[in-house]
Design a protein around this ligand. Structure first.
Ligand code: SF4
Ligand code: SF3
Length: 548
């Protein structure tokens, strides 16, 4: 076994990738990611103690969040990045140790190895990594809960980082992330204590999504109902993917008047819904579909592609030179746009110059898709929706948020959407939407039957919508609503979204196309018994179950 990773839905054989990731991650990269997580645990052990002594280390907070984000599926494949981060992390840990020593006057005793180990060479890193990966926790239930907690904080870290970029932060979120990481090194923590911590993770997940929602809507306005063009124009273009709206904004500003058009791909589609971006005449619309289609779609785009966050698929040689990564994303041999320094914007001039020398994108689709149904839009539609439910025009809502992925089983979601009765409405967010957002599912009382709130983090909007409906119908419990949850997951942001929903008391969520490999039978049983979590079977059977 040259690696072990089971953090995403495409874990090999439904159990874990052991030779090379289905995502393309090599054994060496997986090991360095394991060691980086271990390093973060060590820093967190110190941060927790430092915080108790009144020391808040903002550099450590930010380092932990960015590092966690870089280990999310399909974010970074560059071994040099992880090697540097491990070295920087070890130095940072020692700095916090010194600060703490100065403050308390006494050295910390009986610390876990994560807070003590040290190494400098790559060879030593690999050797160490083999001893500290996922499988180093022997008990499978403890391992399952530790990893569930780690994947939850990875997802949370991504949202905290996006909010940070827009100038929003909350030290309580960092405190929880560090407490959780440190807890995964504590052998005294029982299954019950870890389950409680996983639930607490959901609470902070809600807070992180609320913070990011505030950051996005305060900076760029509330998403509006928008017809998004999916065709192309005749200028050379730049395609932007990932979730980072600040990168997108800076690129739009820098491309103004350059004779270059800008398009969104994958999870950047919701950028089309924000008022702040609509004023740019060279912002054309969305090109293509979810992340896993990027091979053929980036090829057809002809121009440069900017990847601001996950998901990056290891690029093919035919277009690799046109790919630009930035932020936490990376891939060896791919151009990388450096971070902001001294409050100045990122410099996208290389991407823009590259675009000018390219041919315009090849048309792969025509027409438009509708979106922009985030909480503010939904609030405006609330009366019409409540009325439609009362009159029986809408019988049930289906929350079908989450991620898309390349596995064939995911055709289920297209078929499910297509076969839903006409008196049902789909509430969606995340890249899962591409499985049905181009189907002609029609309207109910002028409202489309697929309501897209935005990116995966905008699942928060779906929760606000559900809470609003609960209030409008005078219900006590969110589970009394005619809402079913048929959620598709792929990576770790979906994990924090799931934990957030559980924290809010949502029951009977169905998760597919397969349940996470990292849930041990006992941990899965806890989720089934306490929350009614279930998987999916076939469309007809599930439809009957949901509608029944
Ligand atoms: Fe496998 Fe997913 Fe881990 Fe990649 S991220 S190695 S596909 S489990
Ligand atoms: Fe998609 Fe990667 Fe999860 Fe933000 S872009 S939802 S998979």
């Amino acid at each position: 076994m040259s690696m072990f990773c089971y953090q995403c839905q495409e874990a090999a054989k439904g159990t874990g990738c052991t030779i090379r990731g289905t995502c393309g991650k090599t054994g060496d990269t997986a090991k360095l990611q394991d060691l980086l997580i271990y390093t973060l645990k060590g820093i967190s052990i110190y941060c927790v103690k430092a915080r108790a002594a009144g020391i808040e280390d903002h550099r450590a907070n930010q380092f932990i969040v960015e590092s966690l984000f870089s280990t999310i599926t399909n974010a970074n494949f560059d071994d040099r990045v992880f090697t540097e981060k491990i070295k920087e992390g070890l130095e940072l840990r020692e700095e916090i140790k010194e600060k703490l020593l100065k403050n308390t006057g006494a050295a910390e005793q009986n610390l876990h190895d994560a807070a003590l180990w040290n190494a400098q060479t790559l060879e030593d890193f690999y050797q160490k990594a083999e001893k500290v990966g996922v499988l180093s926790t022997g008990n499978e239930d403890i391992r399952s809960l530790r990893e569930l907690l780690i994947y939850g904080v990875k997802g949370m870290a991504a949202y905290v980082e996006h909010a940070h970029v827009l100038g929003y932060g909350d030290d309580r979120l960092h405190a929880f992330i560090q407490k959780a990481l440190a807890a995964t090194t504590d052998d005294a923590k029982s299954v019950a204590q870890l389950v409680a911590m996983v639930m607490e993770c959901g609470k902070y997940g809600v807070d992180a999504m609320a913070l990011l929602d505030k950051a996005n809507t305060t900076t760029y306005g509330n998403p509006e109902v928008t017809q998004v063009n999916i065709g192309v124009r005749q200028n050379p273009g730049i395609l932007v993917s990932g979730h980072d709206l600040k990168d997108f904004e800076e690129l739009l500003i820098q491309t103004e008047g350059a004779g270059v058009d800008v398009y969104t791909h994958g999870e950047m589609l919701p950028a089309n819904y924000y008022p702040a971006f609509k004023k740019y005449k060279h912002f054309v619309g969305n090109y293509g579909n979810a992340w896993w289609q990027q091979g053929k779609e980036f090829e057809a785009f002809n121009g440069p592609v900017l990847i601001t966050t996950n998901c990056l698929v290891p690029p093919k040689g035919t277009y690799k030179d046109r790919v630009y990564t930035t932020g936490v994303v990376g891939f060896e041999g791919v151009n990388h746009i450096a971070n902001r320094t001294d409050g100045k914007p990122k410099d996208f001039s290389a991407v823009i110059e590259h675009a000018k020398a390219c041919t315009p994108p090849t048309e792969i689709e025509r027409g438009a898709i509708t979106g922009g149904f985030a909480h503010n839009t939904m609030l405006g539609l609330a009366d019409r929706i409540v009325d439609a439910v009362k009159k029986g025009a809408v019988k049930r809502f289906f929350v079908m948020a989450g991620c898309d992925g390349r596995s064939k089983d995911r055709d289920y979601y297209t078929e499910f959407a297509r076969k839903l009765p006409e008196n049902t409405v789909i509430l969606t967010a995340g890249c899962a939407k591409y499985r049905y957002n181009k189907l002609d599912l029609g309207y109910i009382n002028g409202i489309p039957r697929v309501l897209d709130a935005g990116q995966c983090n905008d699942s928060y909007s779906l929760v606000l919508t559900a809470l609003k409906l609960k209030e409008a119908f005078g219900m006590e419990d969110i589970n009394e609503l005619p809402v079913s949850y048929n959620i598709a997951w792929y990576e770790q942001k979906a994990v924090i979204v799931l934990l957030a929903l559980l924290y809010l008391g949502v029951k009977n969520i169905h998760l597919g196309p397969t349940l996470p490999a990292f849930l041990s039978p006992n941990v899965a049983k806890v989720l089934v018994d306490s929350f009614g979590i279930g998987g999916i079977s076939d469309v007809e059977q599930d439809m009957e179950m949901f509608m029944g």
